[in-house]
Design a protein around this ligand. Structure first.
Ligand code: PLP
Length: 407
């Protein structure tokens, strides 16, 4: 009989969101008249910016006429979008990235998940804890880990985040080949300074490693001293791949558009010591396995960079960040230490005890749903994630309930 990829069997079943749903359903049965407020989700709630909708509609109309209809587009994305990205997301920040180094895709989830396949199966992988689970699970599927024991996979170098380091992991003691970093961070909301990011870039250069830098939440950075792109850091073109997404920036979670930057200067070796371009490898992978993002979606994404689009996107981000301010202030007033929420839509709250206990208590007393930190890794225990992605009314109501019940 045909055999399965047995590495899949090592995957720890993710009970997190199923468990949350079960507990919420039980609560609802007991208190059917009290509306639940969900601040656990990492999905946006507001409509696409008007500039994107207008461009989207116009592009759909083009598809209705033979003369302007488009079939397969370039796998790496249309030039109009790649140019707009390079001009607006990198050039003004002094980051030397050209349009042909940008690969447009249907999501940072797919890209952060797929990227590992162009690297050796024996590459030593460093992954933060707590973490966005995609980085870890895709390496398990690829066979880069041993079994799951005592809350961790054998063979992974975990980069611990904790209160002492402010959830900015220290450089590993051991030499590693591939390093996943995510700033602003999901789930902790932590951000990294230029100096700390420079330390990582220098480490990668010294160890001939590559950093996979997930900047899906860069639009939420309000402090101009913080780097938005790793390519603002000296030497990063030689050691880093960056992932970006329109999902949280412009409300594209259901529309799907993202991009990955692979500089042409990024190289890696074969067993015999020859060096090869990572850009060429990713280009080959992308064009073999992916057929491009739809034309109307790319036109909608391009509109993010129009004058009107920039204003509307910044209003959208400000809206969620005002929610984040309300959450952070309420939690601090209630005596909880918080990380994040200043340059990130997530607030990471130190619960002073078991994170599932806190979740249950919060649900029972207020009907508000958060996400227990233990679901993001062993180091997430003792924390919960509260998301700013919701309506102002819901966030205000949730904080009022918490102030009344937890004070
Ligand atoms: N990276 C991080 C850190 C995320 O939190 C998410 C979504 O929650 C993604 C990537 C996925 O983004 P996309 O919607 O572009 O697939």
């Amino acid at each position: 009989m045909i055999r399965i990829n047995e590495h899949y069997l090592k995957l720890k079943a993710s009970y997190l969101f199923a468990d949350i749903a079960k507990r919420v359903a039980a609560y609802q049965q007991g208190k059917p008249n009290r509306p639940i407020i969900r601040l656990g989700i990492g999905d946006v709630t507001r409509a696409l910016p008007e500039a994107c909708i207008t461009a989207f509609h116009r592009a759909v109309d083009e598809m209705a006429v033979d003369q302007s209809f488009r079939g397969y587009g370039p796998e790496q994305g249309y030039d109009f979008l790649r140019q707009a990205i390079a001009e607006n997301d990198f050039k003004p920040r002094g980051a030397d990235i050209s349009a042909d180094e940008i690969f447009v895709s249907d999501g940072a989830k797919c890209d952060t998940g797929n990227i590992q396949e162009i690297f050796d199966v024996n590459a030593r992988i460093a992954i933060p804890d707590p973490v966005y689970p995609v980085y870890l699970d895709t390496n398990v599927m690829a066979g880069r880990t041993g079994s799951y024991r005592g809350g961790r996979y054998e063979g992974i170098v975990y980069l611990d985040g904790n209160r002492d380091n402010g959830f900015i992991p220290s450089l590993p003691d051991a030499s590693v080949d591939l390093i996943y970093l995510c700033f602003p961070n999901n789930p902790t909301g932590a951000t990294i300074t230029r100096q700390k990011l420079q330390d990582w870039v220098d480490y990668a250069a010294a160890n001939k490693a590559i950093i996979l830098y997930d900047a899906a939440y860069e639009a939420f950075i309000r402090d101009d001293d913080l780097p938005r792109s790793i390519y603002e850091i000296k030497g990063a073109r030689e050691v880093a791949i960056e992932f970006r997404s329109f999902s949280k920036t412009a409300g594209f979670t259901g529309t799907r558009c993202a991009y990955t930057v692979v500089p042409t200067s990024l190289m890696a070796a074969t067993a015999s010591g020859d060096t090869h371009s990572i850009h060429n490898l990713w280009s080959r992978r992308h064009s073999t396995k992916f057929n491009g993002v739809s034309y109307p979606v790319q036109r909608a994404a391009e509109a993010v960079y129009s004058d009107a689009g920039k204003v509307q996107v910044s209003e959208l981000v400000d809206y969620y960040m005002a929610n984040a301010d309300l959450i952070r202030m309420a939690m601090q007033d209630l005596g909880y230490d918080c990380i994040g929420g200043k340059n990130s839509p997530y607030i990471w709250v130190a619960t002073g005890g078991d994170s599932w206990n806190f979740f249950d208590q919060l649900l029972e007393k207020t009907g508000v749903v958060c996400t227990p930190g233990a679901g993001f890794g062993a180091c997430g225990e003792g924390f919960v994630r509260i998301s700013a992605f919701n309506s102002r009314e819901n966030v205000t109501e949730a904080m009022d309930r918490m102030r009344r019940a937890l004070a």
